[in-house]
Design a protein around this ligand. Structure first.
Ligand SMILES: [Mg+2]
Length: 244
C-alpha cells in the first residue's frame, strides 16, 4: 500500500512569479546598463548548467545555503554573459547574487493552480505528505506563505539537511521523517534525472510531472496535472494487491 507522497518543489508545486521581461528589467537596474532586446531571451536550461558542473561540485551544488547561492549566482552570471559582455565579472556576479536574493522572497513564487486541491485530496485519503527539494533554507517560508506547509507533514530542503538530489541520502532522510518504507512511497517531480532516477535509486515509486507536455517518453508513470497523481497511487495499490 502507498502510505506517503513526497513532492519536488520547483516546477512541481511552485513556479517563479516574474515573467522573463521583469527579470531582465531587474538585472538591467542592478547592472546600471540598458540590456538590448536581442539579449532579453529565455535563460539557458538550468539542468544542463547543473550537470555540466558535476566534475567540479559533484552533487553538492545545493547542499548548503552558501553553495546554493554560489550555484545560482554563477548560473545567472553565465546567463548574462552576452547581455553584459563589457562589464567586469565581479559586477555580473553581484547582479546574479542580487537576483538570487530576490527569489528568496515568497512573493516571487506562486503555486500552480492545481496544487492546493491535489494536496487536500491526498490528505483526505490519509496519505502522509512531504516536500523533498534541492533548495536553500528559504524554501520553508516560501511554501508557508503559499499555504502549502499546512498540508504537509514535513519539508526537507537539501541545504538544510546537507545532501541534494539525485543522491539517495536525501530521500532516505525523508523516509525517516515520514516513518514509512521506500516501497510505500511515491515521489513526484519534473526532473527525470534528479526526481525519477534519484527517487527510484532510493527505492521509491517515481512519477514524472510533465505540465507542458514536452517530456520524451520515459520509463515511469507520467502525469500532466498534480490532480492526476491519486490515479497513479490507486494503480500502484492495485498492482501490489494483485501480486501473489
Ligand atoms: Mg523541480
Amino acid at each position: 500500500m502507498i502510505r506517503a507522497i513526497f513532492y519536488d518543489a520547483g516546477h512541481t508545486l511552485v513556479r517563479p512569479r516574474p515573467e522573463i521581461a521583469e527579470v531582465w528589467d531587474f538585472l538591467s537596474h542592478q547592472l546600471g546598463i540598458a540590456i538590448a532586446d536581442e539579449h532579453r531571451g529565455p535563460f539557458p536550461d538550468v539542468a544542463a548548467f547543473f550537470y555540466s558542473r558535476l566534475g567540479e561540485d559533484g552533487l553538492g551544488s545545493y547542499s548548503s545555503d552558501a553553495r546554493a547561492r554560489t550555484f545560482w549566482t554563477q548560473y545567472y552570471a553565465h546567463s548574462l554573459r552576452d547581455a553584459a559582455r563589457d562589464l567586469p565579472r565581479e559586477e555580473i556576479e553581484s547582479a546574479g547574487g542580487a537576483l538570487y536574493d530576490w527569489y528568496a522572497d515568497p512573493a516571487q513564487w506562486q503555486p500552480f493552480p492545481d496544487v492546493i486541491e491535489a494536496l487536500e485530496n491526498a490528505r483526505a485519503r490519509g496519505l502522509i505528505q512531504g516536500v523533498v527539494s534541492d533548495w536553500g533554507s528559504d524554501l520553508l517560508p516560501i511554501l508557508h506563505a503559499h499555504e502549502i506547509t499546512r498540508l504537509m507533514d514535513f519539508v526537507v530542503a537539501s541545504a538544510v539537511m546537507g545532501s541534494s538530489k539525485p543522491h539517495r541520502d536525501i530521500f532516505l532522510h525523508a523516509l525517516g521523517r515520514a516513518g514509512v518504507r521506500a516501497e510505500e512511497t511515491v515521489y513526484v517531480g519534473d526532473s527525470y534525472l534528479a526526481d525519477v532516477l534519484g527517487s527510484r535509486a532510493a527505492g521509491l515509486h517515481p512519477v514524472l510531472i510533465d505540465r507542458d507536455r514536452t517530456a520524451p517518453k520515459v520509463d515511469a508513470p507520467v502525469i500532466h496535472a498534480l490532480t492526476d497523481l491519486l490515479t497513479v497511487v490507486e494503480a500502484l495499490d492495485q498492482s501490489v494487491a494483485a501480486e501473489p
